[in-house]
Design a binder for this molecule. Structure first.
Ligand code: MG
Ligand code: MG
Length: 264
């Protein structure tokens, strides 16, 4: 069942998502070779709790194994999603997708950004650029009267036109009082298909895009998902609300991009 949000609820969603954006900004300030994803996780958890919120990912149940042990997902290079923070130092040339969620005043924020660590190869930077572009193309398609399939179509068309793979096993989602609500928001689709987009709809759009084959595998920790060909994957996510007929982006990359400068 899809829960459409009122104006007041959209503002609560905005506050939660702005906290997630601020958390990712704190992470952006720290990312460099030698830093571990466990250090980034501790920073995120403290920042979220200091702002009166709960890190939603911590303890998130897994039907196939133990609950998620950390406050961020940190997926490095060929890891696509749900990487568990660890004590391996990030290296020059790595990329790391940091996915973060927070529950503030009863509503959830959810956003992800793929960061460069030091100097990253141009071909990898292009993967990040195209994935981020596809996110915004998906967002542009999220207008009243269109359907969820229009979002996925826009993401898929852009990424596949660059020869990249679209991961199909994991998708975006409705979001609100629960982190994952209806509808599912795939990164692939057909125009005019799927649930109708209406005012008050709140969704997370999150393309997970691979440099090579979209085939993925689950690691023995039952969380970490990797590409099977070992090539890099990128993941960018915004939470949006449909407001006055079009997408209102509740999360933000603005401060992160100021820190990153013009990387790609
Ligand atoms: Mg997320
Ligand atoms: Mg999400």
């Amino acid at each position: 069942m899809i829960f459409l949000k009122t104006e007041d609820e959209i503002e609560l969603m905005r506050a939660a998502n702005q906290l997630v954006a601020a958390t990712l900004t704190e992470i952006a300030k720290k990312i460099q070779p030698g830093v571990t994803t466990l250090q980034l996780d501790h920073l995120a958890e403290e920042f979220i709790r200091d702002h009166g919120a709960i890190p939603t990912f911590k303890g998130f149940p897994n039907p196939y194994g133990g609950p998620f042990p950390a406050s961020i997902c940190a997926s490095v290079n060929e890891e696509v999603v749900h990487g568990i923070p660890n004590d391996r130092p990030l290296e020059n040339g790595d990329i790391v997708s940091v996915d973060c969620g927070a529950l503030l005043n009863g509503f959830n924020g959810d956003s992800c950004y793929t960061f460069c660590v030091g100097e990253v190869k141009d071909e990898v930077k292009q993967l990040l650029r195209v994935t981020k572009e596809s996110l915004y193309l998906g967002i542009q398609s999220a207008i009243t009267g269109k359907r969820i399939g229009d979002i996925g179509f826009a993401v898929q068309e852009h990424c596949e036109s660059h020869g990249y793979g679209v991961v199909k096993e994991f998708v975006g989602h409705g979001i609100g009082k629960e982190m994952h609500e209806d509808p599912a928001v795939p990164n692939y689709g057909r125009r005019g298909n799927g649930p109708l987009i209406k005012n008050g709809l709140c969704i997370a759009i999150e393309p997970m895009i691979t440099m090579g084959s979209p085939q993925i595998g689950m690691m023995p920790d039952r969380w970490t998902v990797k590409t099977t060909d070992g090539k890099c994957a990128a993941h960018f996510e915004h939470t949006i609300a449909i407001h006055h007929g079009k997408a209102d982006i509740l999360s933000s990359f603005e401060e992160i991009e100021k820190i990153e400068g013009k990387l790609y």
